[in-house]
Each structure stands twice: as structure tokens, then as C-alpha cells.
Design a protein around this ligand. Structure first.
Ligand SMILES: Nc1ncnc2c1ncn2[C@@H]1O[C@H](COP(=O)(O)OP(=O)(O)OP(=O)(O)O)[C@@H](O)[C@H]1O
Length: 235
């Protein structure tokens, strides 16, 4: 097997029979999931169905009540808000938690990759919303994670910035080959970006679509909306 094929079949995360509850309220029950390295998976589901709860569990931010989660290495997360530290320069924000004498060089390379080369010593307050999310992406990728978790990272951006960010993130994922789980409310974003789309309902993955199905766009979109419990706005 060549190196690329090994990356493509290696698991970024494997989840078996996951159970998550807040006190007596069970949010996730019997959930199974595997994401391969280099695979871009989008997770759709109605508000409150447990998408963020799943992402936080995969990130290791919350305890789990049952089942198991096997993550290759340490996952990186990008949230809807950039979560940059206002009192730290951009390069320090990118390399927070990283040791090593080459931290500044790594930050420089990561910032260049997201189109912010030369802004190492700038401050978060001087960034637009889209630029701040680019820095958040650089901060995630500098860790070379096997699993990248994206919790609606484009939701607060204007439509044009969002389109540019879609192209950037797809390119970065193709280059770095992490497995990706993108939580989104946006059906079209899921269709544009993902190799595989999952629909979460009743605490587990209720439906799953591979990229080949995406070519039947209007029907596919209508089917996804129906699975999400919404009637199609194009009917
Ligand atoms: N810390 C918490 N304590 C108690 N209940 C919680 C907590 N966090 C979330 N919940 C509940 O768990 C359920 C799932 O929440 P979660 O945020 O995972 O949903 P979601 O699918 O991400 O929603 P949205 O799409 O609106 O962001 C909801 O009913 C929510 O009220």
C-alpha cells in the first residue's frame, strides 16, 4: 500500500455505541461513526438534536456515559466564534500550546496557508470576521490533527466570505488530509463541502449519503430536507 492510500484508509475517529446524557436527559444513544483520514463529513440535524454534544464528546471536552471513542492523536476544533486571545499577537495565537524553537516559523507557514502571510505580529482586533476565522483555522492546522472538528465555523460570516472560506477549507483539507466532521445547519454548505453527509435524529445517525448521490441535486436536496423534517423550499 502506498503512503497516500494508507492515509486514506486510516481512521481519524471511530465511535461505537456512544451514549451522552445531561443528567437524566439522554441526548445521544447507540451512535456509531467512523471517519477516515482525508474524508470530509458533514453532520446535519434539527436544532437541539445533539450535534454540538457529539462534537464536544469527540473533542474530549466532555465525559461520555457509554460506548467508546477512538481518536487518532489529538483533535483540533474550530468553533463558530474565533476564540482568539485579544492580548496575544496572531503568531502566538496560532501556536498556543505548541512548544519548540520553531513555533514562530510554523505559525508563519500556517498563516501563509490561510492567506495571512506577513501578519505574524498583528493583533486580533485588526482582523475582519473572515480573517479571524482564517487564523482559527491556522491554529487548528498547525497541530497537524488527524481529526478536525468544525462547529459551524462559517455561520457568522457574510455570504461572499463564506464562499471564499469554503474553497479555502476544502483546499486545506485536501492538502493536510485530516478526517473532518463539520457541524452545520446549512444543507447547501454540506452538499458543497462534504464527501459524506450524515443526518442526526433521535440521538443517532438516522441517514447517510455518499458524494455520488450529490449529483442529483434538486432531488437530493429535497430528500435531505425531508430527512431533516423540513419541506423543500423549492417545491
Ligand atoms: N450543558 C447542558 N446541560 C443540559 N442540557 C444540555 C446542555 N447542552 C446541551 N443540552 C441539551 O442537549 C440537547 C442537544 O444540544 P446540542 O447543543 O448538542 O444540540 P445541537 O444539535 O448542536 O443544536 P443547535 O443546532 O441548535 O446548535 C438540547 O436539548 C440541549 O438543550
Amino acid at each position: 500500500m502506498n503512503a497516500h492510500a494508507e492515509v486514506a484508509t486510516a481512521s481519524a475517529v471511530t465511535v461505537r455505541s456512544l451514549r451522552r446524557a445531561y443528567g437524566a436527559r439522554v441526548v445521544i444513544e447507540g451512535l456509531d461513526l467512523r471517519i477516515a483520514r482525508g474524508e470530509f463529513v458533514a453532520l446535519l440535524g434539527q436544532s437541539g438534536c445533539g450535534k454540538t454534544t457529539l462534537l464536544r464528546a469527540l473533542a474530549g471536552l466532555d465525559p461520555i456515559e457509554g460506548g467508546d471513542i477512538e481518536v487518532a492523536g489529538r483533535p483540533a476544533v474550530v468553533f463558530q466564534e474565533h476564540r482568539l486571545l485579544p492580548w496575544e499577537s496572531l503568531w502566538r495565537n496560532v501556536t498556543l500550546g505548541l512548544d519548540g524553537a520553531d513555533a514562530r516559523d510554523r505559525a508563519e507557514a500556517a498563516l501563509a496557508e490561510v492567506g495571512l502571510g506577513g501578519r505574524l505580529d498583528d493583533w486580533p482586533r485588526n482582523l475582519s470576521g473572515g480573517q479571524a476565522q482564517r487564523v482559527a483555522l491556522a491554529r487548528a492546522l498547525v497541530q497537524e490533527p488527524a481529526l478536525l472538528l468544525l462547529d459551524e465555523p462559517f455561520a457568522a460570516l457574510d455570504a461572499l466570505t463564506r464562499i471564499r472560506m469554503h474553497a479555502l477549507v476544502r483546499d486545506l483539507v485536501d492538502r493536510h488530509q485530516p478526517g473532518v466532521l463539520l457541524v452545520t445547519h446549512d444543507v447547501d454548505e454540506a452538499i458543497t463541502l462534504a464527501d459524506r453527509i450524515l443526518v442526526m435524529r433521535d440521538g443517532h445517525i438516522a441517514a447517510e449519503h455518499r458524494s455520488t448521490e450529490k449529483h442529483v441535486t434538486p432531488e437530493f436536496r429535497a430528500r435531505l430536507l425531508a430527512e431533516l423534517g423540513v419541506s423543500s423550499d423549492r417545491d
